[in-house]
Every structure is written in C-alpha cells, then in structure tokens.
Design a protein around this ligand. Structure first.
Ligand SMILES: *Cc1c(COP(=O)(O)O)cnc(C)c1O
Length: 433
C-alpha cells in the first residue's frame, strides 16, 4: 500500500512515511486506500497480536517492514489492553477499554513502541553522523512514552525537551529517569518554546549536517496505525461475545486516538457510533457543529494531555472522511470543562468505585450525556491514562490515595537526571554536540 500527503498526490511507501513523519509539503500522510475486512475473516477469540498482524498486513504490503510485521506487533503489544466492566453501580454498567497498562501508563506507549520497533528495522547504521537523534518536545505523556520505547535501543539517542515547571511531578520523573541513550532537558519556557526549538533544529542546515535528526512526532502515521488495533480487538471481542457492534467514546485532543477508532470502523471492524469527548478546548465539537475551523490558542485544563487548540489530525479526518456534512452523520463530539471533569471523577468513584484520570472523565461524562442507561451495554469508554499519573488532580477530588501500578512505581524508584536549557536553538545545538 502507498501513502500520500493530505496536501499533494505524491505517493510514498510506508517506510518513507514512517521515517519522514511529516510530508515535505507540510501535509500529513494518509493511506491511499483502506482495506475492507469482514468480521468472519478474523478467527474467533484471536488475541491482540493476531488481530494486529491481520489488520496491518495490507498497510505493510510491499514495504521493507513486511516480513518483520509479526515481530513488530509482538514487541508493541507486550502488555494487556483489557475491556473491563465497571459494574458497581446499579443503573449504568460501563465498559472501559483500559489503554494504560504499558510502561508509562498512558496510551502513547502503543504508538511510541510501534514506531521504535519499526524505525529500528529501517535506519541504516553506516551513517557518518552517528546514531539517530530523536528530538521530542513534550507537554507530558509523549516524551516519557518515546523515551521508554527507545531506551537502550542501539543506534538511537533520545533528546526530550520539556517546559520547566509545567509538567506534573510524576510526568517529569518519567521524562528524566532513563539515563543511557536518553537525555532530558528542562527548557526555561513553555511547551511552545520546546516545539519551536525542535522545528528550528529540523530547519537548520548546520544541525542537519552534524546530526541525524528524526522525530517521533504525534502525527507520524506510525503512531496512528497501531492505535486502531485496540479498537479492532475490543470490538471483535465484544462481537464474539454478544453478536453486537461496540460503540466508543474517545477522549481526544489532537484527534490521534479518535481518528484511529474512525479508521478501524472504516476498515469494516464491528464498531458502531463514535463520540469524541474533549475538554474545554473545543475545536472539534465546534467544527462538527459549524463546519468552520479557526486557529485558536490552547486553554490549560485539568486534562492537560488534551489541551490542543488546533488538532492536527483534523486535516487527516477531513481528507479521508469529509466533508463536514458527511462527518456530522457518523460522528459526534462534546466538550467538558474542569468543573465537569471534577464532578465526573468524583461521581464515578462514589457510584462505581472506579477511579479515572481527568482525560477519561471527559469520556465518562460524554457517555452519560449521550447514551441511555439501557443502551450502554454496547458502549465502551476509552481510558487513556492511569489515574495515578494525575494524582495531584484526582486524589483531592476523591479524597483517597490512588494506588500506583507496579510499572510506574518502578520508574519512580529510579533516580532522575536532567539538564536545564535556555529556550533557543543555539543552546540546544551546544548541548547535544
Ligand atoms: C495524548 C493524550 C490524550 C489525547 O490523545 P490525542 O491522540 O491527542 O487525541 C488523551 N489522554 C491522554 C492521557 C494522553 O496522553
């Protein structure tokens, strides 16, 4: 299969799309066509890895990675992604697809691990500039997932830039506890400064001549494709058990996770409705309501990993499934402010004994508002992060300590090391030379 940019018709292979991240014309790569599966093509009770291989085979056809697809999937999906039932309340049983059992306790682990497993098999190791340097600007979760995925991978160095004092204590620890081939820099500035430095490095000829730079950018197609797998597997599991399609509520910011669900449905998986839940950054619900897109600043909220003013993946959504009149028939979206997030965390704990992170809370709120209790059995809310990662938000609301999962506890026990950096390309260049 070939991939093309949302902004031109030039076709590239998946290998090229993975390595380039963003198309030379500034567009995002999308598949040229979508495979069309039927549910009976999947053998009943196939596991996550089997479904991954079957789903991804058409996308990997005629690439250098084709023969390694099984190994890439096994490396990526080495932790469970369970569909659990929070059935403690009496009126409203809720299925929750927990995406947070990976090494850094958020769904970003899936895309980061898949990208690392793929890139390892694609880069040539005879470049005089030395190892590939992966530059990541992070506002929290992405940097940790990318660091974990590339940690101790030969031929790669990871350079993480995070804004000084603007990530949670546990997130910061996850960015700074790796050592070896991972270096973390606390940038005296905001996330936008970190992102500007990464972009400036890619645009700088001197940097490019000295370093073999790459990014693990969230808009890389190598992060999007594997995220469809947990929707495929969960919907098939539900279908095998009940004969019904499964509908999803997806908390979303940059629309990566939401688009992955939409892609899986378009490829024929038994997925019903899709509701996109956002925090107070409501570009997506506003676009679906009005059809117009205007650039806006992001607003800081309790669900900080979804604080996105201009979701980049809207460009892909519109290219693949637009125009807006068509999107309105197949998607809905709603927005929740911080007060609603707090209220949902509190009620979900009180009524069901289930502790959710602030991002997941937007999804649970949307389920309550969209679906009648009697119909909820064929719906799942996607849990994007473990609540222990956002304990400073969650614990005061439920007035209880949140248990730390073992993988997170292990990272917290490692010493943290990072360097401070001025927010300029010159400072970054000097630091990594
Ligand atoms: C990144 C992230 C999101 C938003 O995902 P998108 O793909 O940007 O929509 C939601 N929750 C958590 C915990 C995240 O880390």
């Amino acid at each position: 299969m070939r991939f093309l940019s949302t902004r031109s018709a030039d076709l590239v292979t998946l290998d090229q799309a993975l390595l380039q991240g963003i198309a030379p014309d500034g567009g995002l790569f999308v598949p040229e066509s979508l495979p069309s599966f039927t549910t009976d093509e999947f053998s009943a009770n196939a596991d996550l890895i089997d479904v991954a291989i079957q789903y991804l085979t058409p996308f990997f056809a005629d690439t250098k990675l084709e023969s390694a697809l099984g190994d890439i999937c096994r490396e990526t999906f080495s932790f469970p992604i369970p569909l659990v039932s929070a059935r403690i309340g009496t009126d409203f049983d809720v299925l929750i697809l927990e995406l947070f059992h990976g090494p850094t306790s958020a769904f970003k682990d899936v895309g980061a691990r898949f990208l690392a497993a793929s890139m390892t098999r694609l880069v040539e190791d005879d470049d005089p500039r030395g190892p590939v340097k992966i530059l990541v600007a992070t506002s929290g979760d992405t940097g940790g997932a990318v660091a974990a995925a590339f940690h101790q991978r030969e031929g790669f160095e990871v350079i993480v830039l995070f804004p000084d004092g603007r990530v949670s204590a546990r997130q910061q620890h996850q960015l700074t506890c790796w050592g070896d081939n991972v270096r973390a820099f606390s940038v005296k500035g905001a996330f936008d400064d970190c992102q500007r430095m990464v972009k400036a490095a890619f645009a700088d000829q001197d940097m490019q001549a000295t370093h073999r730079l790459s990014s693990a950018n969230s808009i890389n197609i190598g992060r999007l494709l594997p995220q469809s797998i947990y929707y495929a597997h969960a919907s098939l599991t539900h279908y095998w058990a009940t004969g019904e399609s499964l509908s999803f509520v997806v908390p979303t910011g940059n629309l990566g996770n939401g688009l992955a669900a939409i892609l899986a449905r378009a490829c024929g998986l038994p997925i019903g409705d899709i509701v996109l839940a956002t925090n107070a950054n409501k570009a997506i619900p506003d676009y679906l309501a009005t059809g117009s897109l205007d650039a806006r600043e992001s607003i800081a909220t309790l669900a900080s990993a979804m604080d996105v003013g201009n979701p980049s993946n809207l460009e892909r959504l519109i290219e693949l499934f637009g125009p807006v009149s068509r999107l309105q028939q197949t998607l809905s979206s709603c927005s929740y402010d911080d007060a609603a997030i707090r209220k949902t965390i509190s009620a979900t704990y009180a009524e069901r004994g289930y502790v959710c992170c602030p991002h997941t809370a937007t999804g649970i709120a949307a389920l309550h508002d969209t679906v009648a209790a009697a119909d909820a059995e064929n719906w799942a809310v996607v849990a994007t992060a473990h609540p222990a990662k956002f304990e400073s938000v969650v614990e005061p609301v439920i007035d209880t300590r949140v248990d730390i999962p073992p993988s997170l506890a292990e990272l917290m026990a490692k010493p943290a090391v990072y360097e401070s950096l001025a927010p300029s390309l010159a400072a970054l260049s000097a630091a990594i030379r």
